[in-house]
Design a protein around this ligand. Structure first.
Ligand code: MEV
Length: 415
């Protein structure tokens, strides 16, 4: 396949080539070319070899009250029930709603040094020169100081590996409202030669860690027994113990949490891969465990809490180049990355509560399939004005096949 120079083409010319190679129809090519609010020229600057854009539904989770303030939560996700579940859980947590907090946004950035002749001497030398290293690292963060950013400290450690002993220097860098990867990586690359000199080794990786343990967010809520019922309290507690005791369940428990969190990350233009990596790595510290906790308080009500690292941006190129991300942040009404992290922690907890309360009582398929029936209807060819009716019939008949959806559509059109 001859595609050399593909990257030099304009997006429309790339699309023409792909259309020809992949045998796309005019309609299919037009669907890719329709980039919505994201201008194709902007997308083309974002990433390489752009031919179009993909679209996800954007919904708003309602009923969220966070630290006493009502909030609208933008969520971009393709899975039915995620937004509905978050709304329901948030409503059931009223009138108090959620309490949330977040740490100062400090990221960890790592420098790897290999081939160190004497690791103990190297570690000592790093310690002796702590002030100088800090000063030099601070120099690379100087332009960000006005935003409250800066190097907060560092640790050095030695690692025994199959390729010999290595020295790792972990820098702790406050990154303000940025996600921080670029700021951190630039600083690490800047200070690396000093670390090389002090250790006598060779520098390899200089990269941010996605296990952002210094940048955690926490949230909690009380679901009153009077509101959710005794059986739901017992069910959620049973489900939580299951996740604590079984890693197969725990992975799915945490996936349900990330349904909500990643949906907000995507809506607000954040790097959801780093959010996912950080969450699951954090869950794996010690032994892979649920990111939420549930217990019964002295009144017999259900208390849920969550803690996880959340490295998020409310400023910076990724957020700013996406028009919808900027609008989503405006809807969310968050003042900075810390407030966004608090909101996401609340949504994660709400999503988890919604999943556990449904799974442990009526099951999720009934509600989920009702919503999914709309997708089936649309896939079977229902026009937007027909979708609801087709979905309702599928749900009533408990038959969610495409063939049945097509029959219903044909029947409606004959009338
Ligand atoms: C599906 O996307 C998420 C759930 O599987 C989460 C869970 O099992 O807790 C419903």
């Amino acid at each position: 396949m001859e595609l050399s120079g593909f990257y030099k083409l304009k997006p429309e010319d790339r699309l023409k080539k792909i259309k020809a190679i992949a045998g796309l129809t005019d309609v299919e090519a037009a669907a890719l070319a329709d980039t919505g609010a994201l201008k194709i020229e902007v997308a083309d600057k974002n990433v390489e070899n752009v031919i179009g854009a993909v679209h996800l539904p954007l919904g708003i989770a309602t009923h969220f009250k966070i630290n006493g303030k009502d909030a609208l939560v933008p969520m971009a996700v393709e899975e039915p029930s995620v937004i509905a579940g978050a709304c329901r859980a948030a409503k059931q947590a009223l009138p108090e709603g959620f309490k949330a907090e977040a740490d100062e946004p400090v990221m960890i950035g790592q420098i790897q040094v290999v081939g160190v002749p004497d690791a103990n001497a190297a570690l000592k030398n790093i310690e002796l020169n702590r002030k100088e290293i800090m000063k030099e690292a601070a120099h690379f963060m100087a332009q960000h100081e006005k935003y409250g950013c800066g190097v907060r400290g560092f640790d050095a450690k030695s690692l025994q590996t199959e390729r010999g002993e290595m020295i790792i220097v972990d820098f702790h860098i406050a990154v303000g409202d940025a996600q921080g990867a670029n700021m951190v990586n630039t600083t690490l690359e800047g200070v690396a030669s000093t670390i090389a000199q002090l250790t006598g080794g060779t520098i390899r990786l200089r990269i941010v860690s996605n296990l952002a343990v210094k940048r955690k967010a926490r949230a909690s809520a009380v679901w009153k027994t009077g509101t959710i019922g005794q059986d739901t309290v017992e069910g959620v507690l049973d489900a939580y113990e299951f996740a604590k005791a079984d890693v197969y369940r725990c992975a799915t428990h945490n996936k349900g949490i990330m349904n909500g969190i990643s949906a907000v990350a995507v809506a607000t233009g954040n790097d959801w891969r780093s959010v996912e990596a950080g969450a699951h790595a954090y869950a794996a510290l010690g032994q892979y465990h649920p990111l939420t906790k549930f217990y019964r308080n002295e009144n017999g009500d259900l208390v849920g809490s969550i803690e996880l690292p959340l490295a998020l941006a409310t400023v910076g190129p990724a957020v700013n180049s996406s028009p919808t991300a900027r609008i989503a942040l405006k809807i969310a009404g968050v003042k900075g990355s810390r407030e966004l992290a608090m909101m996401m922690a609340c949504v994660g907890l709400a999503s988890n509560f919604a999943a556990l309360s449904a799974l442990s009582t009526v099951g999720i398929q009934q509600g989920h399939m009702k919503l999914h029936a709309r997708n089936i209807a649309a896939y079977a060819g229902a026009a937007p004005e027909e979708t609801e009716k087709v979905a309702e019939t599928l749900a009533k008949e408990k038959n969610f096949s495409i063939e049945r959806a097509k029959e219903i559509i044909n029947g409606m059109r004959k009338k």
